[in-house]
Ligand binder design. Sequence first.
Ligand SMILES: Cc1cc2nc3c(=O)[nH]c(=O)nc-3n(C[C@H](O)[C@H](O)[C@H](O)COP(=O)(O)OP(=O)(O)OC[C@H]3O[C@@H](n4cnc5c(N)ncnc54)[C@H](O)[C@@H]3O)c2cc1C
Ligand SMILES: NC(=O)c1ccc[n+]([C@@H]2O[C@H](COP(=O)([O-])OP(=O)(O)OC[C@H]3O[C@@H](n4cnc5c(N)ncnc54)[C@H](OP(=O)(O)O)[C@@H]3O)[C@@H](O)[C@H]2O)c1
Length: 257
Amino acid sequence: MTDIPNGLVEGRVLAKKQWTHNLFSLEVSAPIEQYVAGQFTKLGLRNEEGEWVRRAYSMVNHPNHEYGYQHLEFLIIADSDGQLSPKLNQLDSGDSVYVGKQPSGFMTIEEVPDYVRDLWMLSTGTAIGPFLSMLDDEILTSRFDNVVLVHAVRTADELVYADTIKDALSRLGSKFKFVSIVSREHHEPSLSGRIPELLLSGELQTKVGMNLQAPDSFVFMCGNPAMVKDTSSALTELGLNKHLRKKPGHFSSENYW
Ligand SMILES: Cc1cc2nc3c(=O)[nH]c(=O)nc-3n(C[C@H](O)[C@H](O)[C@H](O)COP(=O)(O)OP(=O)(O)OC[C@H]3O[C@@H](n4cnc5c(N)ncnc54)[C@H](O)[C@@H]3O)c2cc1C
Ligand SMILES: NC(=O)c1ccc[n+]([C@@H]2O[C@H](COP(=O)([O-])OP(=O)(O)OC[C@H]3O[C@@H](n4cnc5c(N)ncnc54)[C@H](OP(=O)(O)O)[C@@H]3O)[C@@H](O)[C@H]2O)c1
């Protein structure tokens, strides 16, 4: 095709895994530039009017995985009112999908200040993806004393990538702690409720078995912007400051919408 917009390259869907009716993972092969664990790129398709619709999606797999950085995996939820995500949910092996050539994003391990010992990664829904990519980074165990991953979802069937998390638990040993939160049904051993309240009550820290405190702890938040906002307030109440490159602090975030 000659009219692919600048910055997009043609990719090919290699595989699709359907977790629920609207939650799925796509494996895509595309000749994009090198990326760093935690980054995202764009996926794009044309709509019925022939216009290009592009959105950001984070890579779930580490760039140095066995098939290399041009074999990308994405975890996506299809919003029935959305323009692009339902179309991505209709793709299958062999289909074309257009991919941003240049990945980007600052939610990466190298952005964490040197003084940090414990990395906390707080996610809602599909935003566990970039943290799974980081979990596979060799530097993680030498760089941090502890790595905590929290995944908050509405229902237990959205607790995806259980095998990947199990692998990380055996690979990283006691340095790695995983806590799931299910908010709309009872599920053992998940916590119930929401991240900010569970932090303020201390229930989350108790479940992890660690304190969350400056300057040792650094928190990455990713996903629902309301979670990011409310959790930022909770962390401020707990004595942590927003991290800026100019003024190093203790938490930083990526909003998915
Ligand atoms: C940096 C970045 C990385 C992202 N990575 C991912 C990813 O890995 N997987 C993914 O599924 N989405 C991701 N998103 C969201 C994605 O870019 C799209 O916004 C989403 O797929 C909706 O696109 P759409 O065209 O279907 O909906 P639109 O027509 O653009 O409608 C947008 C509406 O969808 C909702 N929404 C958007 N994203 C999400 C989401 N992830 N979960 C719940 N509700 C959402 C919001 O209510 C929003 O109002 C990311 C966004 C950003 C900014
Ligand atoms: N997941 C589904 O079954 C479903 C079904 C239909 C449509 N959708 C659409 O798909 C999109 C994504 O849904 P999603 O379930 O992946 O993401 P989501 O709505 O962001 O929910 C994920 C988790 O984030 C929590 N959360 C929401 N607001 C929060 C806040 N202010 N502070 C802390 N935590 C907060 C939710 O708790 P609460 O449960 O307490 O809100 C839930 O545990 C949405 O646009 C939705 O409309 C999803």
